[in-house]
Ligand binder design. Structure first.
Ligand SMILES: [Ca+2]
Length: 366
């Protein structure tokens, strides 16, 4: 998609003063009616077009941080490959001579639309439907066109943004099941007192499990302030609260640049004279966790919880000590996409909305 940028900036005309007003040979005829426009392709090729009357040639300056690049063309047509997505100030001058000109300024914006709503990856890692020594005791392959009765919703903003000062309002509308996948979408749209909406589903009161191998094949959203999570809480949450009930985060991602969009965090939270936690993380070598499906797994047994990304172990917690009693009770699933909050921070201008998390399947083997 091409993005058209038209200048509305004020004309800044610089008039070269003659040294002697009475000398007719020093009178300067300046260009008139300078119009500038620019297009930036989705690959970052910037094309600036300038036109003015009474002009002999044009110069353009594009700023890249503290550096600038100058161009001169008789035609008024400039093209340049921008080095990276972002916003670049530029200025065009229409000249009669090198020192006699009028000018206008505007910005080149190379915007990369990373919104992934309605479009999930066709490739990625996958895992088998059976393992030696295990029985598949429950799964959701999301092969219908609606959520099954195993899932219910958390609605609203929770207490203090679900305890994390998250920004989204959870509705039962930002979710769909189609083409074999569950899609949960974070949108930038005002709703009640929130500026974002999303959905959080859970099996609380419907289905819960103690121990097993759990595989979740999913493709992530991405971007600063986007916080998808595939996780579990102990059934005791409703009676003893958090963190006494225990929490197992099979996958959390804190979206954003650098390694954020390519790192999964696997964490356990529990109570041990206060909140205790244990985290491990795994960063893929290239791309982001949105590019392909990956399988986020735990192997949870009476001895330990082990976290895997695409069958590669990256974190283990021994749970045999008495402080880990919560992890020897049933847990239910929660799948959600949060926006903002204490851990990721807020979205910024680089964050594309809407952003969707796709889940191809969740399987519990015991
Ligand atoms: Ca599926």
């Amino acid at each position: 998609m091409m993005h058209s940028l038209f200048s509305f900036s004020a004309l800044a005309a610089l008039i070269s003063l003659s040294s002697c007003d009475s000398d007719p040979v020093n009178q300067v005829t300046l260009p008139e009616n300078l119009q500038i426009s620019a297009l930036v392709s989705e690959t970052g090729l910037a094309e600036i077009t300038a036109q003015a009357d009474l002009t002999n040639f044009y110069t353009a300056t594009v700023w890249t941080g503290t550096d600038s690049i100058q161009f001169q063309e008789a035609s008024g047509n400039f093209s340049w490959q921008l080095p990276a997505p972002g916003t670049y100030a530029y200025r065009v001058r229409a000249h009669t001579t090198a020192t006699d000109f009028i000018e206008k300024s505007d910005s080149l914006i190379w915007f990369v639309d990373t919104s992934n709503s309605g479009s999930f990856p066709s490739t990625g890692y996958s895992t088998p439907t059976s393992y030696p020594g295990y029985t598949l005791v429950w799964s959701d392959e999301f092969s219908g066109n609606a959520l099954s009765a195993d899932w219910v919703y958390d609605i609203g903003t929770g207490n203090s943004g679900w305890g994390n000062n998250e920004l989204q309002y959870y509705t039962n509308q930002n979710v769909r099941v189609q083409q074999g996948v569950l899609e949960i979408t974070a949108k930038k749209e005002p709703f009640n007192t929130s500026q974002y909406t999303s959905t959080r589903i859970k099996t609380q009161g419907q289905k819960s499990w103690k121990y097993g191998r759990i595989d979740i094949r999913a493709a992530m959203p991405q971007g600063q302030g986007i916080w998808p999570a595939l996780w579990m809480l102990g059934d005791a949450f409703s009676s003893v609260g958090w963190p006494h009930c225990g929490e197992i985060d099979i996958m959390e991602m804190i979206g954003g640049q650098g390694n954020n969009d390519r790192t999964t965090h696997g964490t356990a939270h529990w109570f041990n004279n206060g909140h205790a936690s244990h985290t491990g993380s795994k960063t893929i070598s290239s791309g982001t966790l949105a590019d392909k499906f990956h399988v986020y797994s735990i192997i949870w047994n009476p001895q330990s919880i082990t976290w895997l990304l695409d069958d590669q172990v990256y974190n283990t917690l021994s749970i045999t000590n008495a402080q880990f009693s919560a992890f020897h009770e049933p847990f239910f699933f929660i799948f959600n996409v949060a926006v903002g909050g204490n851990w990721p921070g807020s979205p910024n201008a680089s964050t594309s909305f809407p952003q969707s998390m796709y889940v191809d399947y969740v399987r519990v083997f015991q």
